[in-house]
Write a protein of this length. Sequence first.
Length: 196
Amino acid sequence: MAQRSLEYHLFTGRCPPLSWEQRLKIAIGAARGLAFLHASEKKAMYRDFKASKILLDADYNAKLSDFGLAKLGSPGNSRMTIMPTRTHGYAAPEYVISGLLYEQSDVYSFGVMILEMLSGQLAKDPNRPKGQTNIIDWAKSLADRRKLSHFMDPRLKGQYNSKQALQALHVALSCLAGELRSRPSMKVVLKALEQI
């Protein structure tokens, strides 16, 4: 793809930083892709969703790639048992513990990706200061407008709409609810992002 992947733009430092508008566009495109998979007759679950799997075309349109670990369910069944992947930081707790995969497991991974997109930081990084090594814990401690600037990617240089960024952060945190049933569907996530 012309612009490689979201991971390449966020973490390599080899290209200009994505603007706030580009990040929001990419998040909406990725949400649209997951919502489409979840709404399919076979209830496809991506299983290994992360920034490296979001490819970007010349206009920064998001394209989901590498469906090698995706799994098809059956109509009416949004759960299956499989061996967990090894992607640290993205996997939902119930998936890591039990091997049970749900549509909401993809929603969890999507929430992690949004946090990475907002902060420009990896999901887990032992080199970050104490309290910031796990992006989820760090984000939960900063989920209000006064603290938001401490979480946002410094490469944005303050060039973002703080109200929109806070809304995106709250969408991400809803995706990361510990209780499976408390997480929204990707259809709801997509609608929330489109309204930003």
